[in-house]
Design a binder for this molecule. Structure first.
Ligand SMILES: [Zn+2]
Length: 277
């Protein structure tokens, strides 16, 4: 029987202190299981501090992942911007690896003037280059392209699963708030089950037992995501999502990105275990 772990995007808001290590111990105190290190503005750990973070996480029994900088675009038009984007992703994955994080989540890029197919080809090529660099250095952190929430951003479920099908070492990050932000879709038990089925069909049964997911409430408009909301202030149907995970025997990590992230991560965890009984 697979199970889900629950954690926050960045150190919990109620953490006494402000370091990543403070955050790890506070995750444990709260009764949560996982922490996504937010390198979204910059990769703020050094090799040495990342190694210390990894040791603390092992001691506390907390699962780590990381999130790469927001500003990378692996479909940028200019070669210099592409090279910079690859180096941001590489750096995030390298430091994540020193911290023992299993994967690094990233937003692959923007379509700009390209079609989905053109953007896909460019993004695939640039991810491959980063992957090659990681494997040359013997780093094992998996790159996790995320399903994104804006129509201008590359990252539909098909695109993300397509990348993971082409490059076997990639693992998807499925953001349910983002999937829902497209016109309010994906908000029922059957739709959640369909998503899990599509993952299984593309990547095999094992993919369901080690999912990496983002969940929060979301406020959206015609062009998708506007901002994240606390779950209970949003229309997001999280009890049916959790039931779909249980019925599919899904396992992995759920990272909560809501503005009250640790409260919502605990809400999800408690509801999940209540439904599982
Ligand atoms: Zn993200």
């Amino acid at each position: 029987m697979n199970s889900m772990l629950f954690g926050t995007a960045g150190i919990p808001l109620s953490t006494p202190g402000s370091s990543t290590i403070d955050g790890i111990y506070h995750i444990k105190t709260l009764g949560l299981d996982a922490l996504e290190i937010e390198f979204v503005r910059n990769v703020y750990l050094t090799r040495e501090s990342a190694t210390n973070v990894g040791a603390a996480a092992r001691e506390a029994g907390i699962r780590l992942s990381a999130h790469a900088p927001y500003y990378l675009n692996l479909n940028a038009a200019e070669p210099e911007k592409l090279a910079k984007s690859r180096s941001f992703l590489f750096k995030a994955a390298q430091i994540a690896s020193f911290a023992g994080a299993g994967n690094v989540v990233f937003h692959p890029g923007y379509y700009l003037k390209n079609t989905s197919e053109e953007a896909f080809a460019a993004i695939l090529e640039n991810i491959s280059k980063v992957e090659q660099q990681l494997s040359e250095e013997g780093l094992s952190t998996s790159l996790s392209p995320e399903t994104t929430g804006k129509v201008s951003q590359f990252g539909t479920l098909d695109e993300v699963l397509g990348l993971c099908t082409r490059l076997k070492s990639l693992t998807p990050c499925i953001d349910f708030a983002h999937l829902h932000a497209y016109a309010g879709a994906v908000n029922t038990y059957n739709e959640f089950g369909d998503i899990l089925d599509r993952i299984k069909t593309s990547l095999g049964k094992e993919a369901i037992s080690r999912l990496h997911l983002h969940v929060s409430g979301i406020h959206y408009g015609p062009r998708g995501e506007l901002k994240h909301l606390p779950l209970d202030e949003s229309d997001f149907n999280y009890p049916e999502l959790l039931q779909a995970f249980i019925d599919a025997n899904a396992g992995g990590v759920i990272i909560c990105e809501s503005p009250v992230m640790e409260a919502d991560a605990l809400l999800l965890k408690n509801k999940y275990h209540q439904l599982k009984k």
